[in-house]
Design a protein around this ligand. Sequence first.
Ligand SMILES: Nc1nc2c(ncn2[C@@H]2O[C@H](COP(=O)(O)OP(=O)(O)OP(=O)(O)O)[C@@H](O)[C@H]2O)c(=O)[nH]1
Ligand SMILES: [Mg+2]
Length: 202
Amino acid sequence: MQAGAAQEDIKTIKLIIMGQTQCGKTRLFCELHQSIYTPNLHGVSLMKKDYTFEDGGRVKVDFWDPCGQDRYDNITKIYMRGSQCAIVCFDLTDRESFEKVEKYMMKLEECCTDNLVKVLVGNKCDLMQERKVLPDEGEKVAEHYNCKYFETSAETGENVQEMVRFLVKMAYEKELQFPSSSIRLMDAPIRRRGGPCFRGGC
Ligand SMILES: Nc1nc2c(ncn2[C@@H]2O[C@H](COP(=O)(O)OP(=O)(O)OP(=O)(O)O)[C@@H](O)[C@H]2O)c(=O)[nH]1
Ligand SMILES: [Mg+2]
């Protein structure tokens, strides 16, 4: 075997994080990578990390972090394409960011294939006194979008590694089952469906 051949067998998984500006996307990734937090004020940033699983399988993960300001929506769409996994994030202390979850879920449905795996994340769970979204509400929306719900804190690190490891493992297992090279983006149907209720009363 040639030197480096084993390296080439390791798949790269593309992970994207989406969510309203200021919900904590960049800080979550900095916590995950144990790097110093610097806000990304423009465009998109990329971080990388390798994961090894119990069965010996390994993946390289590219973490794409687009700026959540609305004016970057079109750029974000470009980076969403070809993603195997996604974190849809909101700020537990900001009701509006929770109401925007639907927008990001719809975008993912439009731009990614059925094999995309995702999680819904309520971030800033360290700010308990300022909470504006109840755990049950997060759970209900996650259930609607057929994904798992996590509450994290990029400030304390609570649940951050666990949430990402869960997502990456799901993507890794899906990749073994349905290698993304066999999926053409053109095959991804454009779907529309009614959103969940974010305002109560339904
Ligand atoms: N208390 C607390 N503050 C947080 C947490 N996560 C992020 N923050 C703060 O929230 C602010 C926004 O964090 P960012 O990570 O830059 O938010 P973002 O979602 O990347 O924002 P855009 O890049 O504009 O889309 C910063 O002041 C962070 O320090 C958290 O878990 N707890
Ligand atoms: Mg950011």
